[in-house]
Design a protein around this ligand. Structure first.
Ligand SMILES: C[S@@+](CC[C@H](N)C(=O)[O-])C[C@H]1O[C@@H](n2cnc3c(N)ncnc32)[C@H](O)[C@@H]1O
Length: 338
């Protein structure tokens, strides 16, 4: 399928659409009529050429180019998307506000996008199972619509409305409680799920002398969490046993400490871990031969972290003992987060 490459404008009206195009097969230079210029400016035309979107006829010798159209770009009703989208097709701000009133009656998001608008965009630009990224999630319309359309999605939001609007909204979508927006059009009844991740601040920051130090916002628990991640352990600090900060199996644990461990300290850890359990000890440094303890693996915290930090420069309180459990951020209990 292909589409006309011209539009009903004159060269006087749209001088930027009046320029020559060369047929690469014949070398012929083609000008549009002054009364009906090209439908695309030079930059768009170059992009079409680079994407092989220009059709020059079966033998490649047509004197007027056409734009290739692919089935996947058709709307679900079989029509090609048009350039002008009217509000009765894709909704408007008032629709979006009404959608918000239903989703969040007490505190509707002030500047929402109508679901139908995002529906149209995703129909054109994506296929089921594609990943849709909205790095400025706002009220979460893009994620909600992508979810209902069977697309996967990633949303990023720095505002508190992530917790007050987006997460509750997506929970309603998943539970099939959101009957508004495009739910009826796409026969949405609920399903699926999502994960919530909280982005931590950077582990390292420069101090007043320009040296890399551990960010003061970090506490020992966060450092242990980061090292668990690096080593492939699940961070799950025990309230009772200080050296059980995470595990990889029921009997394999990890202990992270910024101390320089002596032989005696390693021996205590080995004794406490006992037979039948193994322990990965991550520390700044250690003395003695680590292979002396059959149930311990002793490693230094990665140089990428340690060498760039002035551990003793300030009181960073990084001696890790009896770590508290990392509390879930407000409003996310029951959600998976890390
Ligand atoms: C107009 S809303 C976006 C609407 C949304 N894309 C939709 O589907 O309706 C813009 C959002 O971007 C968020 N934002 C701004 N800067 C950001 C950043 N650096 N990282 C994440 N979110 C950001 C704002 O808090 C606001 O909620």
């Amino acid at each position: 399928m292909s589409d006309n490459y011209t539009c009903a404008k004159t060269a006087d009206e749209r001088p930027n659409l009046y320029y020559p195009i060369t047929n690469p097969n014949t070398g012929e230079e083609i000008w549009p009529k002054r009364t009906r210029v090209w439908g695309f400016d030079v930059a768009a035309h170059r992009r079409h050429v680079s994407e092989s979107m220009i059709y020059w006829g079966k033998d490649g010798k047509n004197s007027v180019p056409r734009l290739k159209k692919f089935l996947l770009h058709l709307r679900s009703d079989g029509r090609v998307p048009s350039t002008i989208w009217t509000y009765d097709e894709v909704g408007h701000n008032q629709d979006a506000k009404r959608e918000q009133q239903v989703l969040n009656p007490g505190d509707p998001f002030p500047t929402p996008t109508p679901e139908r608008l995002i529906h149209r965009i995703l129909q054109i630009a994506t296929q089921p199972d594609d990943i849709v990224l909205d790095s400025f999630a706002g009220s979460g319309t893009t994620g909600a619509v992508a979810h209902k359309m069977g697309r996967r999605w990633i949303m990023v939001e720095l505002g508190e409305h992530c917790h007050t609007h987006i997460i509750p909204r997506l929970k309603k979508v998943i539970d099939g409680e959101d009957k508004g927006g495009i739910s009826e059009v796409v026969s949405w009844n609920g399903g699926g799920g999502f994960r919530y991740y909280h982005l931590a601040p950077s582990l390292l920051e420069k101090d007043q002398w320009g040296n890399w130090v551990i960010n003061k916002a970090y506490n020992p628990a966060m450092l242990a969490q980061a090292v668990c991640k690096l080593e492939g352990f699940t961070y799950a600090p025990s309230d009772a046993v200080y050296w059980q900060q995470g595990h990889s199996t029921e009997r394999d644990f990890i202990y992270v400490t910024t101390q320089n461990l002596s032989h005696d300290q390693l021996q205590v850890l080995s004794d406490e871990a006992g037979e039948g359990r193994s322990l990965l000890v991550m520390c700044s440094a250690f003395r003695g031969k680590p292979d002396k303890y059959p149930n311990l693996t002793v490693k230094k915290i990665p140089k990428t972290v340690l060498t760039r930090c002035e551990w003793d420069h300030d009181d960073y309180s990084l001696k890790i003992e009896n770590l508290p459990k990392a509390p879930a951020p407000p409003g996310q209990q029951g959600l998976e987060f890390s």
